[in-house]
Every structure is written in structure tokens, then in C-alpha cells.
Design a protein around this ligand. Sequence first.
Ligand code: AMP
Ligand code: MG
Length: 428
Amino acid sequence: MDHESSRRPLADHARALATLVGPALASARRTLSVAPSAVLSAARDAASRPRVLVTDAAAATHLPGFDNSQMDGYAVRAADLAGATPSDPVELPVTAPVPAGTQPSPLGPGAAAPVMTGAPIPDGADAVVKIEDADPPAFPEPGADATVRFSTPVAPGAFVRRAGSDVAAGDVVVPAGTPLGPAQLGVLVAAGVTEVDVAEPPHVLLVSTGSELVAAGEPLGPAQLYDANGAMLTAALAQVGVRTTHRVVPDDPAALRAVLVDAPEDVALVVTSGGVSAGAYEVVRQTLTDAWFGHVAVQPGGPQGLGTIAVGPVEARREVPLVAFPGNPVSALVSFELFLRPVLATATGAGPTLRPRGRAPLAEPVDSPAHLHQVRRGRLDADGRVEMVGGPGSHLLAHLAAATLLVHVPPGVAHLDEGDDVDYWEIR
Ligand code: AMP
Ligand code: MG
């Protein structure tokens, strides 16, 4: 099993996984019609799980909703200022001021209305002169019988934000396929949209396996350890727009089967961690005998499983894809990054399909098993060179948490010198 030649190339496994999981998620996709405020409260509950728009959203109102001023200044008729010069300024009476939130009366010829940023331009006015360019460069007290002088002409439209210049009522304000982040939710609300169609996040059953595992926060007995993978993969799945139900099972096939039978009815995918190696207590491997289990030519994350499994009670049994990751926490998360994240990100549209990538010289030499694609944890040093964070060990979770990069040493490479270029993915 561990022979070099029996290992599946990384790209082959990635393709096999995408072929199995991608179409299954696409056919399980459902749409919800909700108010943007509901998207917002969902976002508050799971800040990192973006909802994706399924149907174009049309603006219910113009944005801006009315012609308004870009500056604190005077709304004028540009024609009134046509002959203004420094030596022969145009002097106009000042009308009632227009604060934001008030509907002004029309502006007749030969007058200037103090208008505040964002406040409506009075009908009849077609330009704004900013207060600094007026004489005096300050507004009179409201109610005072004042005049203002202008020493240059103003172009029609100056500092006027036209109604609908951002988006016109009825036009598409956010197109289908867009993840609803802060700016998108903001504009949906601003444009008066009351209902949007969003994709329901696919539901994944995440199962941590291992008799040694203890749920976060519970007392820890001898030889026990906390279920880091549950937290880690739940968060990683949320970032690509996926909802999870998480279960922990001991190394007991009956317990794993019970969890599969109990799976929520809309589960579209099962992801497991642990129990896939060739040891004596490999619960996933022993239970799911129809799936492919083998070694991928990658380190960490060599032992992998992939297949289809039945979930649900006997009378409503369904087949869904299964992705089985090894249990070591670094292996589990690197496996997710390599194999599952791109497929889920594509399926949900909740984030970029690929991690941002780069290439930079190494700050130190690196050794790697020549027959494996090695993925190391790293970060950029002050000179923009790639330094390792910890060694290759797949148990070094604190080092993974301190790293910002996954550093790739491809198969066929046994050694890289300081200064050699390496490819990396940014993981945060
Ligand atoms: P396995 O793949 O089940 O052989 O597990 C490999 C190693 O990862 C063992 O040392 C396990 O204790 C550890 N491990 C398995 N699952 C988890 C988990 N959910 N959280 C933290 N460590 C785990
Ligand atoms: Mg185990």
C-alpha cells in the first residue's frame, strides 16, 4: 500500500473527487426566497458563510433616489452665473437652507439655496457651487436676509449626483451568482429590494471518528484528545458556503452506521476524518467497504477514501458522496484545501475557487520525499521570502495555525536550496 508506485497521483485524486462531488452538489441545490434582512441575520449567525444570489436582483428604486448635492454649497441655476468674473461677481439672494431629509421648494431664477451634502437639489437648480468657492465662504444664519457672491461660472450638473446614476429602478443591482457580502447587502437594502433568491447552503454531514476523541469543552481523560477536526472542518466548510451537521463517533462500525442512518434528510455529502489507514481500528474503512481507500502521493494527507454511501433510514435510504480524510489534524485540513475546497467553492459560488497563489524564493533549504507532493506550512518573512513554520509532521496543528501559506514541493523534488523559488497558496 505504501509502495511508491501504488500511490494515486494528487491530480488524479482531485479529479476523481471533483467528478463525484461536483455534480452531486449541483443536483442537490435548492433556492430560498428571503428578505435581505434575513440574509443579514443569517450572516450574523455564521459570519463566514456567504449566501449566493440565484436570481438577478432588480433595484426597486433609483440610486440615488433623487438628485442630491455632492457638497455643502449653494444650489443655483448655472445660467445665472454665466457672466460671473472675479472683478464682476454675480450676487444672489440666499433662500431657505436645505438640510438632508427635507424636500426643498423649487428654486426660482436669480437665487441661491444653501444645500447640504446628500440633500435634494431644489427643482429649477441644476448645479452646486461648493461653499468654499462662494463669497462669503460660510452659510448665513438661517432666516438672515443674506446675499452670496460668485466670481466664476459653474457648469450645469456640477456636484449634482443624478437620481439613478448608481443604478436605475428596475435595473439589475446585483447579478445572479454573486456572494452577498457587505457591499451587496448594503446596496440591496439601499435600492429597496425586499426579497432575493439565495442558494440554500449545501448540507454536509461531518463525522469525526476516533475512540480517543472528546468534544470541545468536555473533561479530558487519560489518552484522550479534543476533536480539533470537527471545529476546523466545520469552519472551513462554512467559509465555502456549506452548512454542517457534526457528529463524533468512536471506532465502532455500528456507531458510524447509526450516524449515517440518522443523517439529516437533506445531507448532500458526507465528510469523515480519521479511520482510513491500514491500522486495526479504521472505522471508516471497515464500515464503508464499497468506497475507494488508498494512498495519494501527497504528504500530509496520504491515506484517503472516496466513494458513495447510503444515508437515512431504511425506508428512505439515499446515496450520497463520501469524502474520507485522515485523522491527523494537519492532514485533514491540507486534504480539505487540496481536494474538497475547490469543488465546494465552485459548487456554492461563495468564494473564489482557488486560493490566492504566489511564488517566492525560499528563506531556508527544504527536503521532501521525492515520490510525494509535499505540502509544508509557511509564511513570508520580512524580505518576502518563504520560511517554514514547523516541520512536515502532520500533528503540528499549532504550527498550522501560525502559518499563512501552504508551500508546495512537487513530486520529483527531493531538495530545494535557500533562494530556490517555491509555489505557495495563501490560506489566510
Ligand atoms: P487516524 O487517521 O484515525 O488514524 O488518526 C490519526 C491521528 O489523528 C491520531 O493520532 C488521532 O488521534 C488524531 N485524530 C484523529 N481524529 C482527530 C480529531 N478529530 N481531532 C484531533 N485529532 C484527531
Ligand atoms: Mg482513528
